[in-house]
Design a protein around this ligand. Structure first.
Ligand code: C2E
Ligand code: MG
Ligand code: MG
Ligand code: MG
Length: 283
């Protein structure tokens, strides 16, 4: 919207007067305010078992309800939050809110939906993720098995002893882990030996042209083989059409999420979506 109108989304004042750095500082202070004003919100995208059609979980995706700009997608502000370190505080709110919501849905009888939470590598380096998750679980009473932390390949390639200890402790608590955007980062898969994860998430860039591009299909096949050999669950992100879904099922992919079913929804709409879905499957 802002791009189309020729104005940069975050030029809240004349950018020609300012350096990029000033702009970032400005945005950062806006985000700090936004955290205090509860302007951030989580939307939830349903995840499906492709064979049974059942909803198995949700991915929590943060949005900024900006008073003037409207709903701002995370791609516009997460990088700034990461550069400024504000991602730690924002990530704390995200983890607490996602756990609270997961517990609420479980209490409402929506089922044992696993809540996927994206964790920035910066948060792992600068924040105390172990302490954070522990206190969120205690505060909400959510079972650790219902949380899946989505990690990036770049984080796991750091080969840090500190990180290994944190992840091992969190696993011992019963948390699940997945690797987000799998296949985009590195061809070096050695980290899969050192870090136990439950699930790989095939990046949507391989799914988008799956039925038209033989290379993308070859990559998806290879990823499915890796997951099968390592006995990991696998979910495809960004499934937008029936043809891709059919192809993915043929190739042996077991789980998926994407606009074919639903974009990420506000909590109340997600809840309605799940209830409608369950009702229509039961009848
Ligand atoms: P991601 O974790 O890989 O999330 C998937 C993105 O793909 C989401 O974009 C989702 O809305 C979008 N998506 C889902 N299905 C489809 C589809 O069928 N077609 C297309 N074209 N897109 C689809 P979103 O919400 O804009 O998030 C973008 C990225 O921002 C995320 O990528 C993640 O890296 C980051 N992010 C989002 N929420 C959080 C958060 O709470 N914490 C952190 N640290 N990062 C977040
Ligand atoms: Mg994700
Ligand atoms: Mg992803
Ligand atoms: Mg991504």
């Amino acid at each position: 919207r802002a791009k189309a109108s020729g104005r940069n989304t975050f030029c809240l004042y004349n950018s020609s007067m300012d350096t990029k750095a000033t702009e970032q500082l400005h945005l950062e202070s806006k985000m700090r305010e936004a955290l205090g004003n509860s302007e951030f919100t989580l939307h939830y995208q349903p995840q499906f078992d492709l064979q049974s059609g059942q909803i198995i979980g949700a991915e929590a995706l943060v949005r900024w309800r900006h008073p003037e700009l409207g709903l701002v997608p995370p791609g516009k502000f997460i990088p700034v939050a990461e550069n400024s370190g504000l991602i730690v505080e924002m990530g704390e709110w995200i983890v607490f809110e996602a756990c609270r919501q997961a517990k609420e849905w479980q209490s409402l009888g929506l089922g044992n939906l696993v809540m996927g939470i994206n964790i920035s590598p910066i948060q792992f380096r600068r924040g105390d993720v172990e302490q954070l998750v522990t206190s969120a679980l205690n505060a909400t009473g959510l079972a650790p098995e219902l949380i899946e932390l989505e990690l990036t390949e770049s984080l796991l390639l750091e080969d840090s002893q500190h990180l290994k200890v944190i992840l091992r402790n969190l696993r011992q608590l019963g948390l699940r882990f997945s690797i987000d955007d799998f296949g985009t980062g590195y061809s070096n898969l050695s980290y899969l030996k050192h870090f136990e994860v439950e699930r790989l998430k095939i990046d949507q860039s391989f799914i988008r042209r799956l039925t038209e591009d033989a290379h993308d299909e070859a990559i998806v096949r290879a990823i499915i083989q890796v997951a099968n050999s390592l006995k990991l669950q696998l979910i495809a992100e960004g499934i937008e059409d029936q043809a891709s879904l059919t192809r993915l099922i043929e190739l042996g992919c077991e789980q998926g999420q994407g606009y074919l079913w639903s974009p990420a929804l506000p909590a109340d709409e997600f809840q309605q979506f799940v209830i409608r879905h369950q009702t229509s499957r039961a009848s």
